[in-house]
Write a protein that binds this ligand. Sequence first.
Ligand code: PLP
Length: 426
Amino acid sequence: MNRRNFFHIAAGSAALAAAFQDDAIPRAAAASETVSARKPEEVAHDEDYWNEIRNAFTVDRNIVNLNNGYVSPAPKPVQEAMRRYLEFSDMGPYHTMIVQLEKQIEMVRVRLAMTAGCDPEEMAITRNSSEALEIAQFGIDLKPGDEVLTTNQDYPRMLTTFRQRERREGIVLKTISFPVPPPSMDDLYQRFERAVTPKTKLILCCHITNRTGQIFPVRKICDMAHARGIPVIVDGAHAFNHFPFKISDLDCDYYGVSLHKWTCAPVGTGFLYVKKSRIAGTWALMASGKSQDNDIRKFEEIGTHPAANHDAISQALVFNEAIGIDRKAARLRYLRNRWAHRLRENPKCLPLHSEDPAQSCGIGFLSFKGPDTGKIQEALASKYNIVTARMKHEEYDGLRITPHIYSTVRDIDYFADAVERELKNS
Ligand SMILES: Cc1ncc(COP(=O)(O)O)c(C=O)c1O
């Protein structure tokens, strides 16, 4: 079937679209095949192709959701997989869920490790990145006076975790400030290097921040830290299946991810990578026995829990593979640039994300010169049904804008129109 016929047939009625959602993975793979000879940046604005991908989702089209960074919808095949696992669980659940479905976590581990670029024996499946990162943050022994280094734009819960250790154990949390956007990746690196002292015993850094979507020079920070014997925890909540990378290339010690963000896996899924040499020396958040000291599975000892959520992760991975990470990253960047390049011409707008493709991807950040951010966000929600995320930081304020692969160009233009209209009145 040639490309035009393929997309022509794909553009059917609503009933047909619903039927397509059930075989959305083979359809996405077939659509990808038709564009495989073209550059991802070219396919990024091929609406025929992205329409095929969009058809996999069952989102409410009466709302323009630009807050996928918080949590993303799962496409229909992932919803269906989860539903089947849940139904089967309730036929037991001991002999169905505990005995049969729980075992499948081993295949999920293998698939995740293949995508992430690590050994399956370094991959623990968690419920989100909060759990993943807190395992590492609480699991590393620190003495009173030991310093932990991070930034003041790391995720609030991760900062709270170390602040609790400050109160409880007398450790010292040091935070670095950095401008948005920073002058360069090297500037970010230099800030970390300058802040390290002989007392620094642990570093936490984001792979990509949840605010302005700033990507950090993780490998360089890890090399610098390792030369001083300091382990590094990387907060990759927003990175996995957002832009291409392999954990093995980062050489970090711990890496935490939420799979209900850019991977579109069921809500309540994530993972923690722990470098093999670090497993034995890291305490589990919920206790595990001595025999499990060297076993990555010790971090999964959380008591009885649903198997459906983590088993359906594989379906989400296959869906992502059908699209391809380079195409996905290029599309997310294209959507971000589409509104940002238009609104940056408005004298009342100031996008704060980096434009450098090495430093950013699909997360965009819009601040305002003069108008009240809260009022603009409220107007976008109440008058236009546009959902955004306000990110008020001690150093800046604005709206984080995160479309996803199901977002349309019309959604993006509608958002830019709405902002321009509101700014005219402000
Ligand atoms: C950078 C970062 N780290 C950690 C988290 C925690 O993610 P979750 O709530 O899925 O555990 C988030 C959530 O938005 C985040 O943006």
